[in-house]
Design a protein around this ligand. Structure first.
Ligand code: FVH
Length: 293
């Protein structure tokens, strides 16, 4: 017996899209017995050649093992895939992206069908799966006991971060982090648009942009401290009043470069509102309170 096949927990995985296939490969490489099912059976062929057992129905795949991982397109596809399966006694780990409300409802749904439930939010893209140095990880929430029971197996494809008993918390953290990512992409899109018509190679802007974003990122720790203390003026180095005064420069530059201000304008509008409320000595933390309805 090779070292890889000793006492590795068997896993059932439903969903062999880009992410599901990456997860499957990670478990196979680590020596876990793996049963897979995919709605379109052809997607399982390569994994069968790599050692996976391919079930001919979702029900058969679910029946094969206690640990059942699903990674499907959306919450509706989870409902459809599991509709005619017997979940009694199963440990259902749902790595499908969804809303916190969907995760909570899916946890109750699983409980009613006799399954234990853990929700997950994958903070990685497929090439990061099974590559520990890539830094990918999965957020988990729901039963702590279930998380601890399967922690080792779940840690094979990517790191694991448990964020609470509330089944909706993994999705909430997931969407929070991905929302910040889209904000970053939006800022980068505006930056590239500004240079688009000039004789500037985008590949010369890219390293400057990446380094600048990395340099600014730790500011989120100070934001969090201010939110916690409630004092948005303590130790402020870049006053809101100063930043709001600079807004016309950004908008004029966009106009001069023939770039739509639509990504930037809403943020400057929030700055003006906070300034009007008397937040000139704060940093940008007060804008968060304007977003919360
Ligand atoms: N890929 C990524 O970059 C992101 C990274 C962060 C996490 N997401 C989430 O992971 C879930 C799966 O994503 P994916 O990349 O594997 O997605 P696809 O390649 O589009 O594969 C979708 C799979 O879902 C199956 N499926 C869709 N509808 C149904 C259904 N009604 N019943 C059963 N299965 C269904 C689909 O099957 P098929 O089209 O091959 O028959 C694929 O297996 C997702 O939540 C991301 O947000 C990935």
């Amino acid at each position: 017996m090779t070292r890889n096949t000793v006492e590795k927990a068997p896993v059932t995985l439903l969903g062999l899209g880009a992410m599901g296939t990456a997860l499957a490969r990670a478990w196979l490489v680590a020596g876990h017995p793996l049963t897979v099912w995919n709605r379109t059976p052809a997607r399982a062929a390569a994994l069968a050649a790599e050692g996976a057992t391919v079930a001919d129905s979702a029900a058969a795949a679910v029946a094969a093992n206690t640990l059942l991982v699903v990674c499907l397109l959306d919450d509706a596809s989870v409902g459809e895939a599991l509709a005619r399966t017997d979940l009694t006694g199963r440990d259902l780990v749902n790595l499908t992206t969804g809303t916190p409300a969907q995760a909570r409802a899916r946890a109750a749904w699983a409980r009613e069908r006799g399954a234990r439930y853990l929700d997950g939010g994958i903070m990685a893209v497929p090439p990061m799966i099974g590559v520990p140095q890539a830094g990918g990880y999965v957020l988990y929430s729901g039963s702590r006991e279930l998380f601890e029971r399967h922690r080792q197996t779940l840690g094979v494809p990517a790191g694991t971060t448990y964020v609470g008993q509330d089944a909706g918390f993994a999705a909430l953290h997931d969407i929070a982090l991905l929302s910040a990512m889209y904000g970053m992409f939006a800022g980068a899109a505006h930056a590239f648009a500004l240079i688009r018509k000039e004789d500037i190679d985008p590949t010369s802007l890219a390293p400057l942009l990446a380094d600048w974003l990395v340099a600014m990122a730790p500011g989120v720790h100070r934001t969090a401290e201010r939110l916690r203390s409630g004092d948005y003026t303590e130790g402020v180095v870049s006053r809101l009043a100063m930043q709001a005064a600079g807004a016309p420069t950004f908008l004029s530059t966009a106009a001069q470069q023939g770039v739509s201000p639509e990504l930037l304008s809403p943020y400057f509008a929030l700055m003006r509102r906070r300034l009007a409320e008397g937040g000139g000595d704060e940093d940008l933390t007060g804008l968060i309170d304007l977003l919360v309805r």
